[in-house]
Design a protein around this ligand. Structure first.
Ligand SMILES: C[S@@+](CC[C@H](N)C(=O)[O-])C[C@H]1O[C@@H](n2cnc3c(N)ncnc32)[C@H](O)[C@@H]1O
Length: 242
């Protein structure tokens, strides 16, 4: 696989992606959601969108708390897995977040670094515009991005991770304004190389995107406990938008 600009279409849809991240932290996702719904005082009768939901770990938990949730993701395979959990107050749809939504929501969540994948800034801005247009009056959006400065400071350049029968050789580096994770492995008789590329966006740059669509930052947090953001030390950059 070449380092194509639409890497996110193929990689997130492979079984290898799900193998590499099979130990993704469900407990951490639950703690974050509990803190968030309590801070935002989200009523049970509201409609939530989990945008770029993956297999739906946040959506499924929010639904167990009594919320009405729609999860949306570009990956057919992730949505197929998530659909097994559907009920009358939880559904999943395939959707490209660069396209507008047909429904309006009280809350739109974009969680765990599901932003900044695109070469062209206009595509990142289109997503913010779609989120803004997709909110009901007084609706609120949350973007949970990484704190790129801290990530770059602590970047592990090379790592070997063995999961099930696959040995993933991982390289991390910064290139052309992106934090790149290069994933090399042998599986099913072939040698594979995939890339994850997330734009090196700081608060100032994201704020410039937000200004261009008339979105305002209401709160800025630095971790899933919702402590204040600190550019030097925080793990996350979590923005509450109105
Ligand atoms: C880092 S994963 C996070 C998944 C999920 N939010 C979680 O925390 O488990 C990023 C997700 O963004 C999705 N994604 C990438 N590009 C997308 C797009 N253009 N529209 C919708 N989803 C997209 C991927 O398929 C993937 O599931």
């Amino acid at each position: 696989m070449t380092k194509n600009k639409d890497w996110f279409v193929s990689w997130f849809d492979t079984n290898y992606y799900h193998t590499l991240y099979k130990h993704r932290d469900y407990k951490e996702a639950e703690v974050f959601m509990l803190n968030l719904v309590s801070f935002l005082k989200i009523n049970k009768d509201t409609l939530l969108l989990d945008l770029a939901c993956g297999k739906g770990r946040h959506s499924i938990y929010l639904n167990t708390l009594g919320y009405n949730v729609i999860g949306a993701d570009l990956s057919k395979n992730s949505i197929k897995k998530a659909k097994k959990h559907e009920n009358e107050r939880l559904s999943f749809v395939e959707h490209d977040m660069r396209k507008p939504f047909k429904t309006k929501f009280d809350v739109i969540l974009n969680l765990f670094t599901s932003f900044g994948f695109f070469e062209d800034d206009a595509e990142d801005i289109a997503i913010l515009q779609n989120i803004k247009n997709g909110l009901k009056p007084n609706g609120v959006a949350v973007i949970d991005f990484m704190n790129c400065k801290n990530v770059i400071l602590n970047l592990v350049a090379e790592e070997i991770i063995k999961i099930d029968t696959i040995t993933f050789n991982i390289k991390r580096y910064v290139e052309n304004g992106f934090i790149v994770k290069e994933i090399n492995f042998n599986a099913d008789g072939n040698t594979h190389t995939y890339f994850e590329k997330v734009k090196n966006l700081d608060l100032q740059k994201i704020n410039s995107y937000l200004n261009s669509v008339g979105f305002k930052i209401k709160h800025t947090f630095g971790n899933y406990q919702l402590e204040d953001f600190n550019e030097e030390t925080s793990d996350r950059l979590i923005l509450v938008l109105e």
